[in-house]
Design a protein around this ligand. Structure first.
Ligand code: KG4
Ligand code: ZN
Length: 361
């Protein structure tokens, strides 16, 4: 089975072909990702209209490149899978309409994929992981712990009650005058800093509620920055290092709670696993804290390669393969209307105050 995947939910235009042969490991035949970071950098964040236009201009060429790199023709693929939500609606329309046109013209089945399902199932593409497992999704738009029970079978165990973690990094960077995107720059500068200089709060640490919160930490960073202004390079580095330490500590505590719950609910799984996905999973300090938490509780820690943790189309093609294999094609994708909001777990009620204001999913 070979599936062409298309991803346009935020600021990456991506296409990929993934193949699965009976009895063999899945194979990414091609994965092309065009980042729009430079087009948005001047504005300090993703501008939806610029993103949608950039997708329109690039997508045809990206799909052609993905097919060419895979060595296949459109006629050779078995299905087309496209991100249909959640995300910026302009980009979603571009990707899904393109996929509808391509699939209709080539007479191929079409699948409308939830972007978060792409992140959730990536560890099965890279590591052949069996269900059930826990997913920690930490990106610019989401901070969630999800129980992945099967294809299309997800249960959200924790979410942020205010900012997403990537958003907290991006806002901290902005306050300190560091360029967009904030996360990698905060991490770079933090390396030179003293993580003990500022005692930032660890929001929700020790709380019985399993959720995350980062807004208070952001306020504490602003207060510290105001108190010591004008900021020297040393001050900025110390704030970044202290912020990163607080985030790692709080995240590790919150994740630990859900690991304990998983142990209780699945006592028979000998080696349970935590999978991380999303751009923030690239952060080495955060990874180290999570690895330590997993080791302490006897969990495998699985972090897919960076290019498969951040937004890409291979995960969308793979989700398509998983859905076809599970007989879960969903409703007629040719009639599917893109959804800017589309929770993986439609049952869990929204947490009060959880504004997912970030552009990214
Ligand atoms: O997964 P991603 O590329 O896009 C989605 O949100 O889907 O994640 C982008 C987010 C941004 O907020 C960015 O600042 C953050 O991930 N990020 C990082 C690092 N690299 C990217 N945050 C902390 N440390 C990093 N090294
Ligand atoms: Zn994403």
């Amino acid at each position: 089975m070979r599936v062409l995947g298309i991803e346009t939910s935020c600021d990456e235009t991506a296409a990929s072909v993934v193949a699965l042969r009976e009895g063999a490991e899945p194979e990414i035949l091609s994965s092309v990702v065009l980042s729009q970071i430079e087009e948005h950098a001047a504005f300090g964040g993703v501008v939806p209209e610029i993103a949608a236009r950039a997708h329109v201009e690039a997508l045809d060429g990206i799909v052609d490149a993905a097919l060419a790199n895979s060595g296949l023709k459109l006629a050779d693929v078995d299905a087309v899978a496209a991100t249909a939500g959640p995300g910026l609606v302009g980009g979603l329309i571009v990707g899904l309409m393109t996929a509808k046109a391509v699939a209709a013209a080539a007479r191929k089945p079409l699948l409308a994929i939830n972007h978060l399902e792409g992140h959730a199932l990536t560890a099965r593409l890279t590591d052949g992981l069996d269900f059930p497992y826990l997913l920690l999704l930490v990106s610019g738009g989401h901070t969630q712990i999800v129980l992945v029970r099967g294809v299309g079978d997800y249960q959200r165990w924790a979410t942020t009650i205010d900012d997403a973690l990537g958003e907290a990094f991006d806002k901290t960077a902005k306050m300190l005058g560091l360029p967009y995107p904030g996360g990698p720059n905060v991490e770079r500068v933090a390396k030179e800093g003293d993580a003990t200089r500022f005692a930032f709060p660890r929001p929700m640490k020790g709380s019985a509620q399993p959720d995350f919160s980062f807004a208070g930490l952001k306020t504490a960073v602003r207060q510290a920055a105001t108190a010591v202004a004008p900021l020297s390079d040393k001050d900025v580095a110390d704030i970044c290092a202290s912020f990163q330490a607080a985030v790692s500590d709080a995240l590790s505590d919150r994740v630990g709670r859900s690991l304990a719950r998983f142990r209780e609910e699945f006592p028979d799984i000998a080696e349970p696993a935590l999978v991380v996905a999303g751009g923030v999973a690239a952060n080495k300090a955060i990874r180290a804290a999570l690895e330590e938490q997993c080791a302490r509780r006897g969990f495998r820690f699985i972090a897919p390669p960076h290019e498969l943790c951040t937004d890409n189309a291979a995960m969308i093609a793979w989700a398509g393969i998983e859905r076809i294999r599970a007989g879960l094609r969903g409703e007629d994708a040719f009639r599917f209307v893109p959804r800017s909001r589309w929770p993986l777990d439609e049952v869990s009620a929204p947490v009060v105050g959880s504004g997912r204001r970030g552009a990214k999913a």
